[in-house]
Design a protein. Structure first.
Ligand code: 5GP
Length: 192
């Protein structure tokens, strides 16, 4: 999606450790008009899928997921990160290692919000090593629900997450795929 690539080139900052900072339009301040264009594009890409729910993970997936959901007219569920939890049988849970914080979180969703008949689109801001998306897939499968696909704003194509998720036979659509980035020069290349 050209609009997103241009915005990343203009406002993204490449940080050491393979981190792309997009605070000014996606992760802190949010450009809702841009999110809306992203929502339109995901709707076009997944138009043939019978999606009835969107699943994301707190915190930075929530804003995008809500705008995307308006294009599908479906609810959004976000998986919650919890450091210590009482697993009382009312929750599905999985473990996710955070790429940016290098911590392992227990991530939970109430069972009542994931049902076997659900057809779910996963939405997140970044795909890096694939832990977050893999954890969300695990939650969906625990519920016996169907993963219809994964919609990502920015995939870092030089990390393994995209290959990992696609190798499971799951459709992954990323609106911008960064193939390389260099923190010294600040240069970025996108997959065409
Ligand atoms: P993964 O689980 O695929 O390794 O990482 C995905 C998660 O880590 C995303 O939910 C996102 O919040 C965060 N993340 C991974 N890489 C980056 C990055 O380069 N920049 C930012 N801002 N977040 C990232």
């Amino acid at each position: 999606m050209k609009l997103l690539e241009e915005r990343i080139r203009q406002d993204g900052v490449v940080k050491p450790g393979n981190v792309l900072k997009v605070d000014s339009f996606l992760n802190h301040q949010m450009d809702v008009d841009l999110f809306n264009e992203m929502g339109k594009e995901f709707k076009r890409l997944f138009a043939r899928h019978p999606i009835n729910k969107i699943l994301t993970i707190e915190a930075s997936g929530i804003g995008i997921a809500c705008i995307v959901a308006q294009h599908f007219n479906v609810p959004v569920v976000f998986a919650k990160k919890a450091k210590s939890i009482n697993l009382d049988g009312e929750m599905y849970s999985t473990k996710i290692e955070s790429f940016t914080h290098k911590k392992v979180y227990d991530v939970i969703v109430a069972k009542k919000f994931l049902q076997p008949e659900d057809h779910i689109l996963i939405i997140d801001d970044f795909l890096a090593n694939g832990c977050a998306v893999d954890g969300l897939i695990d939650l969906i499968r625990s519920a016996g629900a169907t993963v219809e696909g994964v919609g990502i704003a920015i995939e870092k194509g030089f990390q393994q997450g995209g290959d990992l998720i696609r190798s499971k036979g799951i459709r992954v659509e990323s609106l911008a795929i960064v193939d390389s980035m260099d923190c010294d020069s600040g240069t970025l290349t996108f997959r065409s």
